[in-house]
Every structure is written in structure tokens, then in C-alpha cells.
Ligand binder design. Structure first.
Ligand SMILES: *[C@@H]1O[C@H](CO)[C@@H](O)[C@H](O)[C@H]1NC(C)=O
Ligand SMILES: *[C@@H]1O[C@H](CO)[C@@H](O)[C@H](O)[C@H]1NC(C)=O
Ligand SMILES: *[C@@H]1O[C@H](CO)[C@@H](O)[C@H](O)[C@H]1NC(C)=O
Ligand SMILES: *[C@@H]1O[C@H](CO)[C@@H](O)[C@H](O)[C@H]1NC(C)=O
Ligand SMILES: *[C@@H]1O[C@H](CO)[C@@H](O)[C@H](O)[C@H]1NC(C)=O
Length: 268
């Protein structure tokens, strides 16, 4: 139990120190596994344990016989990083790696044809941060990437303002889906020619074997002339100033003329 707590703590430290990297699950490997779904999440560079408590028909833990461990049908070969503890039915990875993903099986070493066994799936999922907002200029191309990768590859579904985009994507030729930079299908949403009404909350819903996560960004589409307005403002100001100066100068010239008129009158 102490080791378990320690692991969870390590995993949490990993979450807070891993800068912008967030793992798919806050659960430690064993915690996930004991929930009965037999799925263990890899936290890269952290210890990972698979505990195989085979039980008999009465629900009692079978002990006395050693276990065989298999990965994708092949025997697990212990090394510096991978340890098999027969006394507590544990397979320990001192430093889990992405490549440890796969289908694992522990089975009792018996001569029987039917060997009691348990299956485990080890998966890997990394979800990064998404920018909270994205500013695009009208008519420009918008590319929104769902920052996920995993093994097995998770599924991605896009929502706009919390509504599934499937119809929108099917009916609007400007909008299309493609793989993201990590090759996750439907991981990138592209709008070839952005319009004002594309503004909104874009969410990618990521579904892995264990759970679903949503990552979102708020897209703002600016006017093409948005950058031009301050410049136009200055031009208008200069023109008005110019007109005022011209009018003022004309008035002054006229006043001087009138003045010289009267002067002449006085001279007469
Ligand atoms: C042993 O396995 C059973 C079911 O397979 C599970 O309910 C139980 O929590 C497990 N116990 C431990 C200590 O792993
Ligand atoms: C199993 O035993 C080994 C040493 O024999 C120990 O290092 C490890 O923490 C134990 N694992 C569990 C889950 O008790
Ligand atoms: C965007 O949508 C998601 C759900 O799809 C929601 O959790 C989030 O709060 C929304 N963000 C904004 C700014 O509305
Ligand atoms: C990608 O999205 C399209 C449209 O929403 C869907 O038909 C297709 O099945 C998805 N592909 C995958 C691999 O999820
Ligand atoms: C998209 O087309 C489908 C049928 O092809 C239709 O049922 C749906 O209402 C359309 N959605 C929009 C947003 O136009």
C-alpha cells in the first residue's frame, strides 16, 4: 500500500513537472488495474506494476505455484528493467516505456490443459495542452490540431460549441479532417477559407480504452481590414487636419485682403 501511494505521488509529480504534458489518466497503473478493467496506463520513465492475483471458484487467491508472464503471446524476459516477483505475483517495470504497451497474460505454471490466467492491456496515452484561443484573419486557413498521441491510437471526434461537427464537416467543403502530426486519424481540423461565422468553441473529444477527454480552443475570426482600420483612421485624421488648415489659411488670406482694402480706403 505504501509503495502504491508512493507510485501515485510519483505519477502526480510527473504530471506537475512534465510542463505542458498531461497524461491521459490520473490513476496509477495498479489503481486502474484493480478497478477490474485490467487496463494499465504507462507513465513513461515511472515504475509500473502488474499484479496478478488469480482466484479459484471460491474467490480465494491461488498461491503455491509460480506464474508465467506473457506479452503478446511471447514469454516476458526479465532484465535490468523488468522484474518478475513470484512470491507476490507481480510483474514490475522499474521504468515503464512506451514500447511496453501490449496484451499481457499471467498464467499458472501447471501441466493442466486449462491454466488459470488473467489478461491485462497496457496502454499509453499523452494529451498536451491546447491554446485557449486562436485568432485568424478572415479568408485565411485555420488549422486546429488535437494534441494527442497514444497506443492503441485513440479516436477523435470534433465538436463546435458543444455540438458534434459531423454534419457540418460533411456539408461544408471548406472544412475537412486529417491526421494530426502524430498520425492520429481525424486529429487535425482544417478550414481552408475562414469566415466570420466560423467563430466558436472547437473541442476535440479523445476516447481511449479507459476514458474520454475534451480539449478545446476558442476560434476568433478577424475582419480582413482589422489591421487596416488604425491606418485608415490616421489617414482620415490627416486629411481632415489638412482641410481645416486650408480653410483656415483661405479665411486668413481673405481677412488680410479685406484689411488691406480698408487700409487703402483709409489712405485715400
Ligand atoms: C484480486 O482480484 C480480484 C478480482 O479479480 C479483485 O477484485 C481484487 O481487488 C484483487 N485484489 C488485489 C489485492 O489485487
Ligand atoms: C513484491 O516483492 C518484491 C520483493 O520481493 C518487492 O520489491 C515488491 O515491492 C513487492 N510488490 C508488491 C506489490 O508487494
Ligand atoms: C468549450 O466547450 C467545452 C466542451 O465542449 C467546455 O468544456 C468549455 O468550457 C468551452 N469553453 C468556452 C470558453 O466556452
Ligand atoms: C473521422 O471522421 C469522419 C467524419 O466525422 C468519420 O466518418 C470517420 O469514421 C472518422 N475516422 C476515424 C478513424 O475515426
Ligand atoms: C447536412 O446534410 C445532412 C444530409 O446530408 C442534413 O440532414 C443536415 O441537416 C445538414 N446539416 C447542415 C448543418 O446543413
Amino acid at each position: 500500500m505504501k509503495a502504491n501511494h508512493c507510485f501515485v505521488l510519483l505519477a502526480l509529480l510527473g504530471l506537475s513537472f512534465g510542463t505542458d504534458v498531461a497524461h491521459g489518466s490520473d490513476l496509477g497503473g495498479e489503481a486502474t488495474m484493480d478497478q477490474g478493467d485490467n487496463i494499465v496506463m504507462v507513465y513513461e520513465k515511472y515504475p509500473m506494476k502488474i499484479h496478478c492475483n488469480l482466484t479459484n471458484e471460491n474467490g480465494e487467491v491461488i498461491n503455491g505455484l509460480p506464474l508465467d508472464w506473457l506479452k503478446d503471446g511471447q514469454p516476458v524476459v526479465p532484465d535490468d528493467r523488468i522484474k518478475i516477483f513470484q512470491d507476490n505475483f507481480t510483474l514490475l517495470f522499474t521504468e515503464a516505456l512506451r514500447t511496453d504497451t501490449g496484451d499481457y497474460k499471467c498464467e499458472l505454471k501447471t501441466e493442466d490443459v486449462i491454466k488459470p490466467s488473467r489478461d491485462f492491456k497496457v496502454i499509453w496515452l499523452v494529451i498536451k495542452k491546447m491554446e485557449k484561443s486562436l485568432d485568424i484573419t478572415e479568408k485565411e486557413k485555420t488549422v486546429i490540431e488535437c494534441p494527442v498521441e497514444g497506443d492503441p491510437v485513440p479516436t477523435v471526434i470534433w465538436l463546435k460549441d458543444r455540438k458534434p461537427m459531423a454534419d457540418l464537416i460533411a456539408n461544408d467543403s471548406r472544412i475537412s479532417l486529417g491526421p494530426n502530426s502524430k498520425n492520429v486519424p481525424n486529429g487535425t481540423l482544417t478550414i481552408t477559407y475562414s469566415e466570420k461565422y466560423d467563430r466558436g468553441n472547437y473541442t476535440c473529444n479523445i476516447t481511449s480504452l479507459v476514458e474520454t477527454h475534451g480539449k478545446w480552443t476558442y476560434l476568433r475570426v478577424k475582419d480582413t481590414y482589422a489591421a487596416l482600420w488604425p491606418f485608415i483612421g490616421i489617414v482620415v485624421e490627416v486629411v481632415i487636419l489638412g482641410i481645416i488648415i486650408v480653410i483656415f489659411e483661405k479665411r486668413r488670406a481673405k481677412a488680410e485682403f479685406d484689411e488691406s482694402d480698408t487700409d487703402q480706403g483709409n489712405d485715400q
